[in-house]
Design a protein around this ligand. Sequence first.
Ligand SMILES: [Zn+2]
Length: 102
Amino acid sequence: MPRKLDHCEDWHVEVYPKDRTYGCWILHDDKDYEDACEKIVEQVRRHVDDTTSVRIECKRKHVCGFCGSNWTEDSPDYNGGCCDEDEANNPTKENENEATQG
Ligand SMILES: [Zn+2]
């Protein structure tokens, strides 16, 4: 008799918004995605029977506020120089400037 069985729980359905039409992106930023998800939630509440809840979820990640690259550094201000704007916040560079300014 088996002691360890596969057992599924928390059954639910994930629904993703349509983000492309004919290969072109139609959702561009967080606000677009949130709005698209809100529309789906409204439609599910109106038209889908036998549900107990519907909620919006997303995965959060940190990106550079200038170029959108994934944030790879521990610093909240400098992402290792992913773009010129980020490089301007390089703390090493700032020290060099202070040194030259005397
Ligand atoms: Zn950047």
